[in-house]
Each structure stands twice: as structure tokens, then as C-alpha cells.
Design a protein around this ligand. Sequence first.
Ligand SMILES: [Zn+2]
Ligand SMILES: [Zn+2]
Length: 269
Amino acid sequence: MRFYTLASGSTGNCSLIVAGSGTDQVTVCLDCGIAQRTARQFAEAVGLALTSVDAVLLSHRHSDHSANIVPVAARARAPLYASEAALGTNTRTGWAELQRRNVEFRAIADRGSFQIGPLLITPVEVPHDADPTFGFIFEADGQRAAYFTDLGRTEVLQEAGLLDGIETLVLESNHDQQMLSRGPYPMALKERVGGNLGHLSNDQTSEFLAAAAPHGLKTLVLAHLSLKNNTPQLALAAAAQGLQQRGLSAVELVVAPARGPLRSAPQCK
Ligand SMILES: [Zn+2]
Ligand SMILES: [Zn+2]
């Protein structure tokens, strides 16, 4: 299984997950909040074709994740897996647009695992201010990977067994608390981002890692970093400290670029 982030953060999110091999190989597009053409170019840069993905998966309705989800599914003639509530009446992602573009819809729900070829996907509902918002566990080829961004708290990740055996973890490390509180955002937005239904701070991510990072973890990808209220150096330092406290100093630690793929995508081996 290979996990590629193509864009990450409030300016747009898009990832590709590749599982299986030969005629069994499948590629899934997780979220597309960047322009379709840009996503296609980023996919090509890692040798993948956005136009032939086997399924499209939506975490939640916020436009940095959903903006171009329907065009991507339509172009690839792939089914769209999302919650019914995420679609609604929005002109770009609503039911009418799905029908107009002939996109097949498949509803997802908390812990309702489903299979796409050799890839088993389990949506896990997380606390965020778009109801519902899902993170995901991906399992294939005897490997497990997980993707959790856009969540205000980490308790759900500490549920017994949830992250057991995870080798690749894509985890939000959105903001530095001091930069957020001193930064340019209006007070209401500061409260939203830092609140229980907002985004994980570097400290929250670090505390989670120190308490509950899975012991078999090989690669940690820090994701959804704020461009205004964080720096890769601060996020990396906080996460490294958390991993060290957990005795996981050997874990490969990288930041998902806001735009463009990670040069070497984590491979579960
Ligand atoms: Zn987001
Ligand atoms: Zn969001």
C-alpha cells in the first residue's frame, strides 16, 4: 500500500492511496479541494492518473476537501463514497450535480467498513465542525495506514485497538497555539480553529503521540499545517518530542507540503 498526499491544508486537500498489485491494483482519491487540473498534474508527478481512480472518498463537506470531488469522480467514472449530509444542496457537491454528472453515490457511516478491490476502508467519525467528519483506516496487503485531519480532539484515536498495527499515519498538526493566539485571524476564527471542534495544535498532536502512538509506526506524515499559524519546524519539533516520549525515535517524520506531493511517498513494507 502506498499513500500520497498531493495537497494538504486549508488551501486544499487531496490524497491518493494505492493498494494491491497487477490486475488487482486499485487507486482511491481521498478528498479533492484543489483544482482538478492541478490535482491531475500532482498525480502525474508520482506516476498516477487521477482520471482512472477506482473510487473517490470524501472526508467532510468543507470546501478545502470537497470543492472538486464531483468533477474528479465524474471524469474517472468512479463512485463517490461520502456521507449524505456532506452533499446537501451545495451547487458543486450537491445531489443535483451528482445526477447531472452521472456520478454513482455510496453512503458511508461511522465504522461501516467497505471494500474496494483489495483495500478495506473504515470511516471513523471525528469531532469537527462539519457534521459528520471522518478519518479513515486503510487495510490491504497485510498492512494498515490511517488518515486523520480536521479534528478538534484526539480521544477517538485513543480508542483501544483502533490504531493497532498502523505503519503509516497521516495526522493533523494544524497550528502552534502561540502563533494562533498572536496571529492575524479574527477572534471568532481563532476560537473556532483552536476549539473542540476545530483543528489539532502541535501540542495536542505531540501529547497524543506521547500517550498513544502505535508501537509499529514507521512513518508519520504531519498534515493540514496552517500557513499563517504554524511552521514545519515547529510542527516537526513537537511531534519528534511526542514520539521520543513514546520510545519511537526511529519513526520517519515528514510534513505533507501544502501543495504538491511528498517527494518520496511512505510505503508500508
Ligand atoms: Zn480542512
Ligand atoms: Zn474541515
